[in-house]
Design a protein around this ligand. Structure first.
Ligand SMILES: NC(=O)c1ccc[n+]([C@@H]2O[C@H](COP(=O)([O-])OP(=O)(O)OC[C@H]3O[C@@H](n4cnc5c(N)ncnc54)[C@H](OP(=O)(O)O)[C@@H]3O)[C@@H](O)[C@H]2O)c1
Length: 251
């Protein structure tokens, strides 16, 4: 029998990159998976890719409380408790401090921090006994990467929320862990309005910085999330698992 047969998994930002790969992994393990995203179009593409009758999609912008309520209502409607909550949705803009606009700052904090925090809060009543929560942070949270000041600050907040949630929720038999990916080859790099040359420059710079000499894949992060959710990780809570090809060693 598959490890997650009949378990229910919610993945925020599950139509692309690491969220999509994680949805695929959990579906392969027999789970019911609910994925979110802001656009029906992107969710339809993910539905076609994942091709599973155990998949549910929810259009919701999690950067505000209204979108979070939409997700909660959709979860309530399934009548199922949630066994794994992967708080993954996030956006990134890489700008030097002098060029970071209020809009860029607010959109990153609203999605990566406020959205994640209140999704966790509002989903708590729907988590099963023994549930697992995983937060997607980043190695930049503890580094000093130039042009990442606002983004890295959001991820430092995510890691902090994760550690404190692990402390608070242990009494409810809920484990909370953090995955901190290094540079992972996902569509996130195509979303910042960068030119092809800038994107290639970024990839080259990141590849050179990774001791294993390459970018990571979404599947490699998905495997870590599945592991942290599994019974094999039953005594692991409050951990931060770096999936980073060793880039964290060079901080
Ligand atoms: N790629 C990397 O190198 C890297 C490294 C470390 C950490 N991370 C983190 O990993 C997570 C996943 O990133 P990724 O690289 O897989 O990027 P991605 O392919 O761009 O996926 C991001 C996902 O988040 C969703 N999303 C964005 N804003 C949202 C909102 N307000 N409400 C609901 N969903 C929203 C997107 O869907 P829609 O756009 O359709 O809404 C998409 O499904 C992010 O938190 C990111 O910060 C990435």
């Amino acid at each position: 029998m598959s490890k997650f047969n009949n378990k229910t998994v919610v993945i925020t930002g599950g139509n692309s990159g690491m969220g999509l790969a994680t949805a695929k992994s959990f579906l392969a393990e027999g789970a019911h998976v609910i994925i979110t995203g802001r656009s029906q179009d992107n969710l339809d593409k993910a539905t076609a890719t994942l091709a599973s009758d155990k998949l549910t999609t929810v259009v919701s912008d999690l950067s505000g409380l209204a979108g979070i309520e939409t997700l909660v209502e959709a979860v309530k409607k399934t009548g199922r408790k949630v066994d794994t909550l992967f708080l993954n949705a996030g956006i990134a803009q890489f700008l030097p401090i002098e060029h970071t606009t209020e809009e860029a700052f607010d959109s990153m904090f609203n999605t990566n921090v406020k959205g994640l925090y209140f999704t966790l809060q509002k989903m708590l009543p729907y988590l099963s006994d023994g549930a697992s929560v995983i937060l997607n942070s980043s190695v930049v949270a503890t580094g000093a990467m130039a042009n990442a000041s606002a983004y890295a600050a959001t991820k430092a907040a995510v890691s902090s929320i994760g550690r404190i949630a692990a402390t608070e929720l242990a009494a409810k038999n809920i484990r909370v862990n953090i995955v901190s990916p290094g540079p992972i080859d996902t569509p996130i790099f195509d979303k910042g309005g960068y030119s092809d040359a800038e994107k290639q420059g970024m990839r080259d710079m990141l590849t050179a910085a990774v001791p294993l000499g390459r970018l990571g894949t979404s599947d490699e992060v998905a495997k870590a999330v599945v592991y942290l959710s599994s019974p094999e990780a039953a005594f692991i809570t409050g951990a931060e698992l770096l999936v980073d090809g060793g880039i964290g060693l060079r901080r």
